[in-house]
Structure formats: structure tokens, C-alpha cells
Design a protein around this ligand. Structure first.
Ligand code: HEC
Length: 252
């Protein structure tokens, strides 16, 4: 019995340490203090709007966010007119029309963000490796938003004993260090209208928070529900305790 327990423990330990080994000893990304973490955390609307700007002006030339529709942007604090205006800046393919032809039209709030490439092969041909869809990336990566922040801020010169091929870049937080994405952000690249500093770290933090929201838009509602459930349980436990005392009063 003891042996079985020990081997079970060994299996569990191996299973947990496997991802660390598989990543080739890559450093864990920095731990950012996110407004949305913890039981009472909420997204920072201003950061989300800045993150959307970074996505639109920089990342969207290579990465899709195919699960995101324009109307979801009301969550970021935009009103319906503003969402309409943002959508109308994009063109989507619709159809077929009466003649069986596909046609292009300005996007509407109910449309999803159009992808930069028509298909996976085109995305791969243009970049060497197809840039992954970013709408669920924060959920798909072990370190979540910290991973996205780490990748965007983790570019370094490759060590001399590790020459890079064309189209390869060195990133200390990428598992295996080699990444096909060139450093996408530099200081001052995107203009912020709200006076926030325009540094790579700030851009990375804002776009990572935006992508966290895209991965989990109902996180706040879920937390609110959890808190109400806890309050309910606490009150219910109190009532039951008094009831129990009342019922057993004469027996004791
Ligand atoms: C010029 C094209 C291009 C731009 C612009 C670009 N990326 Fe990428 N990105 C890529 C490619 C290609 C990959 C795949 C890299 C690989 O797997 O080696 C990638 C991978 C990633 C990854 C995944 C890393 C992983 O864990 O596998 C993240 C996260 C990411 N990009 C975020 C962003 C963000 C955020 C922006 C905007 C600030 C951005 N990218 C801009 C091309 C681009």
C-alpha cells in the first residue's frame, strides 16, 4: 500500500514538473500586478481601451481575434455610436448577393473583427509560422496575461553560441527562446490620448489586459456571482445555526 502511494506520488510529481522541463528551462515571465486578479478584481476600462488601440494599430496586421465581435466593445465603456463608428472602419466580406457574388461592405457591430489573412496557409507563408489567434491566448498559456506581457518585453540579443536563422528572434520568455515574431513594440510607437506613458512596458501591460478581457469577458460577472453566493451561504449558515439552537433548546 505504501509502495503504491509512493509511486502515485512520483507520477503526480513528474506530471507537474513536465511542463517546466518541456519549456527548456525558460524563465517564468515577470509577475505583473493586474487590476483584474483576486476575488474583487475588475478590469481597468481605460487600460482596456488603450489595449484595443495597441491591438488595432500594431497586432492586428498579423493576429486575428476571431471570437471578438465589435458589439462586445461596449464592455470597454464605449457607447453604441462609438462601437458603430469603430466597426465602420473595417471592411468585411458578405454575401452571396442576388447574382451569387460575394461582396464587401463596412462592418457592423454584430460582425466579428476580420482576420488579417484569408486562411492559415497565407498567414504561415507571410510569417514563417502562422501568428496564433489572440482571442483566447491568455487562457491557452500557462502564465496567462503575464506570458503575453513577458513575450512583448522579453526580446534580447541571442547568445553568441546560438546563431539565429532568418526570421528567428530571441526572447527570454518564449519556451525554447526562439520566436518567429519580430519585436512588435517600441517606445513611443503608439500615441495615447489620455497622457499615459508611451513605453513598451505600458503598451505590453495594456494589450495583455485587453487580451485577458477578450479571453474572459464575463470574469467580473462571475466574481460578483461568487461573492453573492458566499454572502448568501454565510447568512444561511447563521439562520440554520439559530434554528438548530431553537429546535434543540429543550433537549439540552
Ligand atoms: C509582423 C507580424 C506580427 C505582429 C505585428 C505581431 N505578431 Fe505576435 N506573432 C507573430 C508570429 C509569426 C507569431 C508566432 C511565433 C512563433 O510561434 O514562433 C506570433 C506569436 C505571438 C504570441 C504567442 C507566443 C506564444 O506563446 O506562442 C503572442 C502572445 C503574440 N504574438 C502577441 C502579439 C501582440 C500582443 C502583438 C501586438 C502588440 C503582436 N503579437 C504583433 C507575428 C506578429
Amino acid at each position: 500500500m505504501k509502495k503504491t502511494l509512493l509511486s502515485l506520488l512520483a507520477v503526480v510529481t513528474c506530471a507537474y514538473s513536465a511542463p517546466a522541463l518541456a519549456s527548456g528551462g525558460t524563465e517564468a515571465p515577470p509577475h505583473v500586478h493586474w487590476e483584474f486578479s483576486g476575488p474583487f478584481g475588475t478590469y481597468d476600462r481605460a487600460a482596456l481601451q488603450r489595449g484595443l488601440k495597441i491591438y488595432r494599430e500594431v497586432c492586428s496586421s498579423c493576429h486575428a481575434v476571431k471570437h471578438l465581435a465589435f458589439r462586445n466593445l461596449t464592455d470597454l465603456g464605449y457607447n453604441e455610436e462609438q462601437v458603430k463608428a469603430i466597426a465602420a472602419e473595417y471592411t468585411v466580406t458578405d454575401g452571396p448577393d442576388e447574382d451569387g457574388e460575394m461582396f464587401e461592405r463596412p462592418a457592423r457591430p454584430s460582425d466579428r473583427f476580420p482576420s488579417p489573412y484569408p486562411n492559415e496557409n497565407a498567414a504561415k507563408a507571410a510569417n514563417g509560422v502562422a501568428p496564433p489567434d489572440l482571442s483566447l491566448i491568455v487562457k491557452a498559456r500557462h502564465h496567462g496575461a503575464n506570458h503575453v506581457f513577458g513575450i512583448l518585453t522579453g526580446y534580447e540579443e541571442a547568445p553568441e553560441d546560438h546563431p539565429l536563422a532568418d526570421g528567428q528572434h530571441w526572447n527570454k520568455y518564449m519556451p525554447g527562446h526562439v520566436i518567429a515574431m519580430a519585436k512588435p513594440l517600441s517606445n513611443g510607437q503608439v500615441t495615447y490620448e489620455d497622457g499615459t506613458i508611451e513605453t513598451v512596458e505600458q503598451y505590453a501591460q495594456d494589450v495583455a489586459q485587453f487580451l485577458a478581457w477578450a479571453s474572459e469577458p464575463d470574469l467580473e460577472a462571475r466574481k460578483r456571482f461568487g461573492i453573492s453566493a458566499l454572502i448568501f451561504l454565510a447568512v444561511f449558515a447563521g439562520v440554520m445555526y439559530r434554528l438548530k439552537k431553537a429546535v434543540w433548546k429543550d433537549v439540552h
